[in-house]
Design a protein around this ligand. Structure first.
Ligand code: AMP
Length: 395
């Protein structure tokens, strides 16, 4: 894998695709700077080599120019995080930008205006990509969050830098973490898939069955499996058109010698609300009028044993409705099990949407080996897709 470590950036201009699509409040202040922090090691390495950085990113989903999506709003946050002055130009292509970029000295940083002010960015326009490419000597992709999009700045641009393109540290780390789960990880490999629906995870499950020794299925999607196996699931969430598919998955897992671990008990509630009445019930005998909203104690004890013996762990999706305090306990317990396994030397990757949110909310972020920065990009990677932004560098 070719990374920025394979280049000396002395007197070179690095054109870096970063993911600075950060959340802003109504005063246009950055409320979570983790994406800026995540890009820092790459930027610092290039500056320390004696190079300069031209940062390009998108922010939000503007339709043409919209002031509220201007990257000027995040300039202070970027400067604060990097501890270096950052120049800004109110465009990302054209003569003015080219002049400022050309005058950039070693050690300096320039941030371009929001790429998505041009529709050509998302349509993957080749001419637009070529205009961007004029600004730098070496192209660095460090934006995992958009690596699954064949946009001008994430994919198309790479063709204008033959032998002068590479991954930044962040993207390289994402790729290595996925590889650890998919190919190089120490056995036993465990995948924990939770969340609401089987339908959104089906391709991941099918792809992952060839890679893992154990598969824990949790959260709302398990009720489709339990019903398919003849259980009474009361009013629990279920995809009735996926019952055959659920049985098919269980058969496939068996034929591939994957141990599937389903819940045995649940915290059932008489309404979908935090202060509903609850009871612990056998997952195969949930009474009518009740719905399973979190993992039960025996289930958690079983899952703990499986997590404890795993050497490589992937976690995607919560075990319950963690947004409600009373049904977050299973997800928190699982976070603790994985944190403990990680402390004991296992590799843990948390990726894709809601489990990342849960890990952040409950303070587990620093206790996992790696927490992915890309939702959709991580999900597509787990589905076995080579992301266009990654393929373009490897080409
Ligand atoms: P996903 O985006 O597929 O990972 O699903 C995450 C969502 O699944 C979260 O919003 C959870 O509240 C929801 N979820 C997890 N367990 C359950 C459950 N037992 N019943 C209903 N929703 C659930």
């Amino acid at each position: 894998m070719i990374t920025i470590d394979d280049f000396n950036f002395e007197n070179k201009k690095a054109l870096i695709r970063v993911d600075f699509n950060v959340p802003l409040n109504e005063n246009f202040e950055v409320t979570d700077n983790s994406r800026i922090k995540a890009a820092k090691p790459t930027i610092i390495k290039i500056l320390e080599d004696g190079g300069s950085c031209i940062l390009m990113s998108h922010l939000g989903r503007p339709k043409g120019f919209e002031e509220k999506y201007s990257l000027k709003h995040i300039l202070n946050a970027v400067e604060d995080e990097l501890g270096v002055e950052v120049k800004f130009v109110p465009d990302c292509i054209g003569e003015q930008v080219e002049n400022v970029a050309a005058a950039l000295e070693p050690g300096q940083i320039l941030m371009l205006e929001n790429l998505r002010f041009y529709n050509e960015e998302t349509s993957g326009d080749k001419e637009f990509a070529e205009k961007l490419s004029k600004l730098g000597d070496i192209y660095v992709n460090d934006a995992f969050g958009t690596a699954h999009r064949a946009h001008a700045s994430t994919t198309i641009i790479a063709q204008f830098f033959p032998n002068k393109k590479c991954f930044g540290y962040l993207l390289a780390q994402e790729i290595k973490s996925i590889e650890k789960v998919m190919t190089t990880g120490e056995k036993p490999v465990l995948a924990i898939l939770g969340g609401a629906k089987v339908s959104t995870k089906i391709t991941i499950i099918e792809n992952i069955l060839d890679k893992v020794d154990d598969l824990i299925l949790g959260g709302g999607m398990t009720f489709t499996f339990i019903k398919a196996k003849g259980g009474q699931i009361g009013d629990s969430i279920c995809e009735d058109d996926k019952l055959d598919l659920a049985l098919d998955i269980l058969d496939k897992a068996k034929s591939k010698n994957v141990n599937v671990h389903l819940p045995v008990d649940v915290i059932a509630a008489n309404a979908f609300k935090n202060d509903a009445d609850t009871q612990i019930v056998d997952v195969y005998h949930i009474p009518d009028g009740w719905q399973g909203l979190d993992a039960g104690p025996q289930t958690l004890a079983n899952f703990e044993k499986v997590v404890n013996r795993a050497k490589t762990i992937l976690w995607n999706g919560p075990l319950g409705v963690f947004e409600m305090e009373n049904f977050a306990k299973g997800t928190i317990a699982l976070g603790n099990f994985i944190a403990e396994a990680t402390k004991n030397g296992s590799f843990s990757l948390v990726g894709g949407g809601d489990s990342v949110a849960a890990v952040k909310e409950f303070g587990f972020e620093d206790q996992m080996s790696y927490v992915s920065t890309g939702g959709g990009a991580m999900l597509e990677s787990l589905e076995g897709i080579t992301l266009p932004g990654i393929a373009a560098i490897l080409d």
